[in-house]
Design a protein around this ligand. Structure first.
Ligand SMILES: Nc1nc2c(c(=O)[nH]1)N[C@H]1C(S)=C(S)[C@@H](COP(=O)(O)OP(=O)(O)OC[C@H]3O[C@@H](n4cnc5c(N)ncnc54)[C@H](O)[C@@H]3O)O[C@H]1N2
Ligand code: MOO
Length: 572
């Protein structure tokens, strides 16, 4: 593997590589932002005065710029017009591709032959492990043209021509999957006229003579009609009967009078009478049968994500099972002999940050995956692992560059894989790649630098897995930045941001520090990744956001070994 010391800033002009995160000139954001970014330890650049480390806003100027992006000056409004930037895809300046045009030049899925980034002439499946060709040597190779970021996502999404066939499962097992057919009501909802309140079902105008349900004793407080009870006798005009919320309305009833609005009196002539302070309009507090839906109505279209609310609706509408697309199955291979699974980094060895991160990240995306496997930096080991895997998607980390032990490209050639994306015009993460190992089986190669790996996960793996799950892509949305972000001259930049609720501007995104390719500190505090177009974004510009799968509190709901009995787990 390469030594990774450079932090992936090759090819950027001086002064445009600010994102290693340690802003030496002072915190460029306000105090709220400092909270999400962490106060940190005052850092002193060699030769700098300690007193210059934290610069008050008023005194900030070029000092903060040393850390990279221009400072956010508290109290200075940004252009309120910019946040309204229409929610359209930003296009790279000079981007020759129209992502929506399936026959755009360079599109590896175009019908008229190989695209500039693809290799359609190669065989489509891996050779068997037995007749494995010998490993080509890793090392420097010619650099292919990087695919524009939005096009790379489109290619990944469209690499899946058909999601795996749907399966029928018990309701709960469908959580996080995608409906394969519309959810159609199996019953009217409600399926009978229902009382919306505790009180009395009344027939006609009051006052009313109070009845007892046929099956209750005369003595004691009348329980009335309870939820779940069978139909009772017809309620005659001028009569009322106690009723509970959710109980079936007796035929003849015209309304429900809430318990707090009625008064029961026992006149001397015997019996009990119910009085209302004002007239009760017909239909009051009755939920009529079919109010929400009629049997056969479409409640949700095919392709809807099965959320907890969908499970509830399906159960209410009479379903015991759902037919949904299976969760994609992924396998993660972490490459690198320098990686430790535990303990402190030592003697040039570092902790594996990607194994612990990727499996739960994939779970949050609704993907089934076992714990990541750490493979030695050895071409044959990688070849065997890829040839034997049956996962829909194999994700490798590291080994994408052209260092002496970067085996991913040579192994893909040896497997006869079809490379669909070989490098993306995005920072960090530009050496990421996507290949088709066999029909319906893909490989996403994530670069080894940890934030570059996150970038590859969000750029290539997420759209691919989303398409495999037959899930519709989330519509892009934009939020204004509270501070400017330098752009790369040609490439898109993905920048960790935290949401802020700005009193004046509503929801805004605050760029976080510590966003260098080898750093996870920024993304660990982030709600989303901002998609900063080539050339950068100014304060107040609306930028497209890629939300992290847990930032809305939603995880697609699959976790291996989740304890089902908390008492037994001994952790509570
Ligand atoms: N000559 C060139 N060298 C490099 C280029 C380039 O364009 N030309 N690009 C750089 C960029 S950008 C990146 S990103 C990396 C990608 O390299 P690899 O995918 O081959 O990854 P490695 O060399 O294996 O590792 C890079 C770096 O990341 C550390 N690493 C790897 N795996 C993990 C892990 N699981 N947990 C924590 N850290 C990990 C590794 O130790 C290295 O420091 O290539 C550049 N080089
Ligand atoms: O910077 Mo590399 O971008 O770490 O892909």
């Amino acid at each position: 593997m390469n030594d990774g010391q450079s932090g992936g800033t090759r090819g950027e002009p001086a002064g445009a590589t600010p994102d290693e995160g340690c802003s030496l000139g002072g915190d460029p954001f306000d105090d709220a932002l400092a909270l999400v970014n962490g106060p940190g330890q005052p850092r002193v650049r060699p030769g700098a005065e300690a007193a210059t480390v934290r610069t008050p806003y008023a005194a900030r100027g070029s000092a903060a710029g040393e850390g990279g992006d221009a400072p956010y000056t508290a109290g200075v409004p940004y252009t309120a017009g910019d946040p309204g930037t229409p929610a359209t895809r930003p296009r790279a300046a000079g981007d020759p591709y129209t992502p929506d045009d399936p026959f755009a030049p360079g599109d590896p899925f175009a019908s008229d032959g190989p695209g500039v980034h693809g290799n359609r002439s190669g065989p489509t499946g891996p050779a068997g492990a037995e007749d494995a060709p010998s490993p080509p040597a890793p090392g420097p190779r010619s650099t292919p043209a990087a695919v524009p970021w939005h096009l790379a996502r489109d290619i990944a999404r469209r690499a899946v021509t058909e999601p795996p066939a749907p399966r029928t499962s018990a309701l709960g097992a469908a959580l996080g999957r995608t409906l394969a057919a519309p959810l159609t009501a199996l019953t009217d909802l409600p399926s009978f006229d229902t009382s919306a309140m505790d009180g009395w079902a009344v027939a006609g105008p009051g006052p009313w003579r109070l009845d007892h349900p046929a099956d209750t004793p005369e003595a004691g407080p009348p329980p009335g009609i309870l939820a779940g009870h069978a139909a009772t006798d017809v309620l005659l005009d001028g009569h009322a009967i106690a009723i509970a919320t959710g109980a079936r309305i007796p035929s003849g009833a015209t309304a429900v009078l809430r318990s707090e609005h009625g008064e029961v009196r026992a006149p001397s002539g015997g019996g009990r009478r119910l009085y209302a302070p004002q007239p009760v309009p017909p239909g009051q507090d009755i939920r009529p049968r079919g109010q929400e839906c009629r049997r056969g109505d479409q409640l949700l279209p095919a392709g809807a994500l099965v959320t907890p609310a969908v499970l509830g609706l399906a159960a209410a509408a009479g379903y015991d099972e759902l037919t949904a697309h299976p969760r994609p199955r992924a396998e993660v291979f972490v490459l690198g002999d320098e990686l430790l699974d535990d303990g402190l980094p030592q003697e040039g060895l570092i902790r594996d940050a990607l194994g612990p991160m990727l499996a739960p990240w994939l779970h949050a995306l609704g993907v089934e995956t076992p714990a990541a496997r750490h493979l030695a930096d050895d071409a044959d080991t990688l070849y065997a692992a890829l040839a034997e895997s049956t996962a829909d998607v194999v994700i490798t980390t590291g080994g994408t560059a052209s260092g002496p032990v970067d085996h991913v490209h040579p192994t893909l050639r040896r497997l006869g894989a079809e490379v669909l994306v070989d490098g993306v015009a995005v920072r960090p993460g530009h050496p990421m790649l996507l290949a088709r190992l066999a029909p319906g089986r893909h490989l996403v190669g994530l670069p080894g630098n940890p934030l570059a790996a996150v970038s590859g996960l969000c750029t290539l793996a997420e759209p691919l897995l989303c398409a495999l799950a037959a899930r519709r892509p989330a519509p892009p949305y934009r939020v204004p930045l509270v501070a400017p972000v330098h752009g790369h001259p040609h490439d898109t930049r993905l920048v960790p941001v935290a949401y802020r609720d700005d009193e004046r501007y509503g929801l805004t995104a605050a760029p976080l520090h510590f966003r260098g390719p080898a750093m996870l500190r920024g993304i660990a505090a982030a709600d989303a990744l901002a998609v900063v177009p080539p050339g950068g974004a100014k304060r107040g510009n609306g930028v497209e956001l890629l939300e992290l799968p847990w930032s809305a509190g939603w995880s697609a709901g699959w976790a291996p070994d989740a304890p089902t009995d908390w008492n037994a787990s001994g952790e509570r």
